[in-house]
Design a protein around this ligand. Structure first.
Ligand SMILES: [Zn+2]
Length: 247
């Protein structure tokens, strides 16, 4: 993984950037897709907005350290953490400008955002800030010295949202690697006694995530899948080659 202190200017553009509220979010929601895309030769990256500093377990530094190990497992070319305040994310001009600055420098073609509604305010707020930052980032006059860039595609990771996905990615071959990435967060999933009433065990987490991945995989006739929503229509150019059996 790239040294986080290296200037953005030295970075080759990313093909895919996932933006998430907390370290360990992408490992649960779209990590399999990121792994699969990296295996297909794309440059993938993750930007975590907070270090999860309101969490019962672990410290921000520890979680960032763990997120770097998880990045290696997910074959990411780049991962950074903005260290914004956990559980207090605010959509303000400062946040949008900072994020737009990052997007201009790493120039992703596709971004993956958390689904726009959900239980945790950080998740839907991260979605809103990131969407607006992607828009801002395309405005020519935003910054004099960095050229504008607007991502082409925005995907919403809808794993925890009770909505019908627009499409599902087959992650059958990536599922184990995604689990290994998640369990790099030993402070969160280490079966430690502290907060154990609140935190499920290792085995329980694995079973839960496997059931969810099986549910979505089943929708496209494979073992494990990850769901996404897009706001625009999906174009098909070859109806004969369409996957997923109808009857
Ligand atoms: Zn989260």
């Amino acid at each position: 993984m790239r040294d986080p202190n290296e200037p953005f200017e030295n970075l080759r553009p990313l093909d895919i950037l996932a933006i998430a509220a907390h370290p360990d979010d992408v490992e649960q929601t779209c990590g399999g897709t990121l792994i699969r895309m990296a295996e297909q030769g794309y440059r993938t990256g993750v930007l975590d907005l907070t270090a999860g500093d309101m969490g019962t377990r672990g410290t921000p530094d520890l979680r960032i350290e763990e997120s770097k190990r998880a990045a290696g497992e997910m074959l990411l070319a780049w991962r950074q953490n903005l260290r914004w305040p956990d559980a207090r994310l605010e959509n303000n001009i400062g946040a949008r400008m900072t994020l737009a600055g990052v997007i201009r420098r790493i120039r992703p073609r596709t971004v993956i955002l958390p689904y726009w509604s959900g239980r945790h305010p950080d998740h839907y707020r991260a979605c809103e800030i990131a969407y607006e930052a992607c828009f801002l980032s395309g405005l020519k006059r935003l910054e004099e010295d960095v050229p504008p860039h607007r991502p082409f595609k925005v995907l919403y990771s809808s794993l925890y949202a009770n909505v019908t996905p627009s499409f599902v990615v087959d992650i059958t071959r990536q599922f184990e690697r995604r689990m290994t990435a998640l369990f790099q967060y030993r402070s969160q999933y280490g079966d430690a006694p502290e907060g154990s009433a609140l935190f499920p065990s290792h085995a329980e987490i694995e079973e839960r995530l496997a059931s969810i991945a099986r549910f979505y995989g089943n929708l496209i006739g494979v073992k494990y899948g990850e769901p996404f929503v897009v706001k625009e229509m999906i174009e098909i150019t070859d109806v004969v080659a369409m996957p997923v059996r109808s009857i």
